[in-house]
Design a protein around this ligand. Structure first.
Ligand SMILES: O=C(O)CC1=CCC(=O)O1
Length: 107
């Protein structure tokens, strides 16, 4: 199941820089582990904001929630999640992607 998550980070202005740096370092390691195992497919910075748009590929909504709530920055983020479905015109993803059409034909 694919989901888009839009994350806005709001660290308290009075958080000591060392503490913020430590949380950001843990956040980076956590997200890179999930990128390596394939569940965090994309992460893009939203230009001009301390925010990102990410694409997750997970087995369930509960798994996504566990993954997001485990983010070290979770207490300091607003996260909006949108479920994604395959688009019939897509050539790179979804049911009409060439690799999926080949699977359907059994070749
Ligand atoms: O900087 C961000 O957008 C917050 C974040 C999420 C994963 C990560 O490494 O940073």
């Amino acid at each position: 199941m694919l989901f888009m998550a839009e994350m806005e980070v709001r660290l308290p202005a009075d958080m000591p820089a060392g503490e913020a740096d430590e949380i950001k370092a843990r956040e980076k390691a956590y997200s890179q582990e999930l990128q390596r195992d394939g569940r965090w497919r994309h992460i893009w910075r939203v230009a001009g904001r301390y925010a990102n748009v990410s694409i997750f590929d997970v087995g369930s909504v509960d798994e996504l929630h566990d993954l997001l709530s485990g983010l070290p920055l979770f207490p300091y983020m607003d996260i909006r999640v949108t479920a994604l479905a395959g688009h019939p015109s897509a050539i790179a993803e979804g049911p009409n992607a060439p690799e999926n059409r080949e699977k359907e034909r059994g070749s």
